[in-house]
Design a protein. Structure first.
Length: 257
């Protein structure tokens, strides 16, 4: 998680943002061949093609499989605060925070419900009733759960976060797998008419930038970086009063009985 990745992400965002900002019809040109795949009067027929939908579901479950053990370890620590975390405290904070801020807050709360860009399947060029707008324009007709940016792609690219914690000899392979997962999910969403090309690019860029900053705060930058022991103690300080209250209440009820 170094500056090379940061410069690559910013460079990609600048190039795609400028080119597709000046020539927004490029988004339509990329999606048009998939709109032409019609069967049973359904445009973007690939969105109903079972193998591709299974591939999408698999991509979504990868992130779930990663975060569930992390949340389970955190829940156990909150219930039994005097026990040590079963996994690295910094890893818990890093993974939960990046997931909450990236695919959670930025993508699904801030952008998708307030950036009114219609999805490809909804624009007039592809048989819908909403007017097409460029990626930078939030004034589209979409009332909610809109196209910019892709939630599925943001979640897939979030796997860069756990990849950053893989031991160094395997980290490059983990990064490659995370990028492949994100790119594959982007292709699936474009083929299905769920998102334009730029929706997927900026989903990946925004998610990566959040991961890069949070990783720096926790692991790299001396003034802010955490320790596993510090995280463990902080969670214990937060959870112990509640545990002591519950234990005291149970003892009181047992005495009264």
């Amino acid at each position: 998680m170094n500056r090379t990745g940061l410069f690559a992400a910013l460079g990609l965002a600048a190039v795609v943002g400028v080119i597709f900002g000046l020539f927004p019809q490029l988004d339509l040109m990329i999606s048009a061949p998939f709109n032409a795949m019609v069967e049973n009067n359904i445009n973007f027929y690939t969105r109903a093609y079972s193998p591709l939908m299974l591939a999408r579901d698999f991509g979504l479950w990868v992130g779930v499989a990663v975060i569930v053990p992390v949340l389970a370890a955190l829940a156990l620590k909150l219930l039994l605060p005097r026990r040590r975390l079963l996994i690295s405290g910094r890893a818990v904070v890093f993974l939960v925070t990046t997931l909450a801020l990236g695919p959670g807050l930025l993508t699904n709360v801030i952008l998708k419900d307030h950036w009114g860009r219609p999805r490809p399947i909804d624009v007039t060029q592809f048989g819908g009733d909403q007017h097409f707008v460029a990626w930078w324009d939030p004034r589209g007709d979409c009332p909610g759960n809109c196209s910019f940016v892709s939630g599925d792609v943001s979640g897939a690219f979030w796997t860069i976060a756990p990849a950053a914690l893989v031991p160094l000899p395997w980290r490059g392979l983990a990064y490659g797998a995370a990028l492949a997962l994100g790119a594959g999910m982007a292709a699936l969403r474009i083929m299905a008419g769920g998102h334009f090309f730029t929706d997927t690019v900026f989903a990946g860029v925004f998610t990566f930038l959040i991961i890069w900053v949070v990783h720096g705060l926790i692991y790299r930058w001396p003034r802010t970086r955490f320790t596993d022991e510090g995280v463990d103690r902080a969670i214990e300080r937060v959870a112990r009063p509640a545990q002591d209250f519950i234990v005291g209440l149970l003892r009181k009820q047992k005495t009264e009985l």
